[in-house]
Design a protein. Structure first.
Length: 265
């Protein structure tokens, strides 16, 4: 398995510093948060996009994902959501990224209605994503935090242009164990987001291995099933100012994941 980290843990760092953090600490890729306050966002010009892709490419670091914030199950008109996803897909294609992250965002809608809305929008973007050479991934999150919830939506879509990100924290909070989540998501799985927290009541990010999330069990399940994708460390420093800074944790975090992979081999 290959290892990546998310720029959520290093808010608004210049691209060169993000690249350096990846290379210095042995990460193969980076999940880029794509919002207006970040160095990478859909408003970049063609020349700026080419420059970003070149910097990562020269360093041998893969841009794994453009992490967008479109909510595919949210109430309202489809077009603004489709436009937001479309802009993120084009950015991902220009950067050479494999994936675009989206959220469910169904809120208080009845589950069947939220499922239908999400499936309709994902079905609309799926062929475009495939043509661009990217894949739109619905993260296990908020209204659809369980693997079974996301699998239900993706089963309605049935197109290779869409898939899922397995966010370990959210499936655990939904009451699923890795041995249950993996079979549900396996047909659609793009990659796995790992993290650690103190408890269900305190989701402040912790160094990998120092919290309660079933990291070892997850890696064991993936290894047993011969899954050979990406593990991406999402350390949500941006929303937890009291959390330790990520750069100092990257080396030990990579070492912890490497040990888990070696133990499960």
């Amino acid at each position: 398995m290959k290892l990546a980290f998310s720029t959520l843990g290093v808010p608004a760092l210049p691209i060169d510093q993000v690249v350096r953090l990846a290379t210095d600490h042995g990460f193969h890729g980076v999940e880029l948060r794509a919002s207006d306050e970040e160095p990478v966002h859909p408003g970049l010009s063609a020349a700026e996009r080419a420059d970003v892709a070149e910097r990562f490419g020269k360093a041998g670091v893969e841009i794994l994902t453009v992490a967008a914030y479109a909510k595919v199950a949210a109430p309202g008109d489809d077009q603004p959501v489709l436009d937001e996803i479309g802009a993120a897909m084009t950015l991902a294609a220009d950067l050479g990224a494999s994936y675009v992250r989206v959220f469910p965002g169904g809120g208080e809608l009845p589950t069947p209605e939220a499922d239908v809305i999400a499936a309709r929008r994902l079905a609309a973007v799926a062929p475009v994503a495939a043509d661009l050479g990217v894949r739109v991934l619905l993260e296990t999150h908020d209204s659809h935090r369980g693997g079974a919830d996301v699998a239900r939506v993706l089963g309605l879509v049935g197109h290779v242009g869409v898939g899922t990100i397995w966010d370990l924290m959210h499936t655990w909070l939904a009451g699923e164990q890795p041995s249950t989540t993996y079979p549900a998501l396996a047909p659609y799985l793009g990659y796995v987001q790992v993290k650690d927290i103190a408890s269900a009541a305190d989701t402040t990010p912790l160094p990998l291995g120092s919290g309660v999330l079933p990291l070892a069990e997850t890696v064991e399940v993936l290894s047993r099933e011969d899954w050979d994708g990406w593990l991406c460390w999402e350390y949500e420093k941006r929303w937890y100012p009291q959390a330790a800074e990520l750069p100092g944790l990257l080396g030990p975090g990579r070492e912890h994941l490497s040990r888990l992979l070696a133990d499960s081999a």
